[in-house]
Design a protein around this ligand. Sequence first.
Ligand SMILES: Cc1cc2nc3c(=O)[nH]c(=O)nc-3n(C[C@H](O)[C@H](O)[C@H](O)COP(=O)(O)OP(=O)(O)OC[C@H]3O[C@@H](n4cnc5c(N)ncnc54)[C@H](O)[C@@H]3O)c2cc1C
Length: 419
Amino acid sequence: MPTDYQATAARPAPRNDTTVDVIVLGAGVVGMATAYAAARRGLSVRLVDRAPGPGLGASFANGAQLSYAYTDALASPSLWSKFPRMALGLDRAFRMHWSADPDFLRWGLTFLRNTGHARFSENTLAVLKLALESRAAMQALLQRHRIDFDHAPAGKMHLYGDAETLAGAAAIVAIKRSHGAVQEVLSPRQAIDLEPALIHAPGLAGVVYSPQEEVGDPHRFCLGLLAVLQTDYALRTDFGFAVADLALGAEGVAVETRDHHRLQARHLVVCAGIESMALARRIGIRAPLVPMKGYSFTAPPGSHAPAISITDTRRKIVFCRLGDRMRVAGLAELGNGSIAPDPARSRLLVAMARESLPDAARYDLIDSTWAGLRPMTPDSVPIIRRARPGVVLNMGHGMLGWTLAMGAGERAIRLLLEE
Ligand SMILES: Cc1cc2nc3c(=O)[nH]c(=O)nc-3n(C[C@H](O)[C@H](O)[C@H](O)COP(=O)(O)OP(=O)(O)OC[C@H]3O[C@@H](n4cnc5c(N)ncnc54)[C@H](O)[C@@H]3O)c2cc1C
């Protein structure tokens, strides 16, 4: 897959004959959902992306989880006990790329300030609220339009290997249940009765089961939603155009592409994933984002492939049945902004998956491996806010961008219409 989109072959210059209501900058899951939220309200929309098509950034081959109940913030009280191992590089699944960049340091300090009990609960519940809005928005979309993306109500199990971490997880479940999450704690026996593939999971102390979680292929979703938007809503697209600058004026907003085309609109929503921070800075906005690189691979199902999505919390790996394939995702490299996959890290993910569920996938027949950058805020709460007149930011969806995209799109367009 091309990642150097500047090398994309010559394409026609974008037309600038009319001023549209909204430019959506970025065609990942968040941008696609935002474009839909605008178009279904009758606004004219122009979608601009440097890539040759939608969903080719962090949204391409992620863990595929629509994780509406598991919204736990990354900065948590339990992090302190794990932090020394993580910081010293002793946690295989986690790597820290230290940097002296003031933005990185500021992000780190804010992250640490969010690890207290009160902030953790507040952040987890704020994301849960958005996740539940997202589920409703996804249901409404799919009632109106048929989109094939291996969408399934698979349910999800989080596996815990010791009584202490299970008890910590159970306490968070209790808080989230009183705010609408459907989750329960199961014994290993109860979990194996529901998901026989767990018979091969080593050292299981208990499971958090979220029966209403769903799965779906985010890239196929982007392609399907693009087709709907083009046929039913007359969306205009400008793929292959990298935006270099944003400008504000009395007439609205403008984006300037690297090859000096200027596109005008009454409103702009910035949904450019990890690049959103640099773009927001062009109009004087500092918004804290740090990349957290992750990996995935896709393979045929093995002899004991789970039907329910499985997260191994010790190894921080997710297993997901996507139609007739298994998607396995994991690893976290905080501060690593390089999109290039490191073959050693890809191999590590496969090795850890084998340890976790040895027969979940045909590890000898892997179709594809991939790496992507999760756009992380320090509190795990996405930034959806009006930044300047006519400009809304929709960024920083972190580990849960696929889950949160539909609700985030709705919120962003509601903000824009309130102006
Ligand atoms: C390994 C891994 C596993 C994950 N698993 C899950 C999961 O199971 N469930 C879940 O909910 N989330 C998951 N995520 C997180 C999720 O993938 C992201 O949060 C989400 O994809 C972010 O979407 P986005 O639209 O904001 O960004 P992107 O998908 O990166 O889209 C941004 C778009 O903006 C475009 N762009 C950027 N800069 C410019 C520019 N200057 N000009 C023009 N276009 C530009 C890019 O080309 C891109 O298309 C995972 C992430 C990773 C890496």
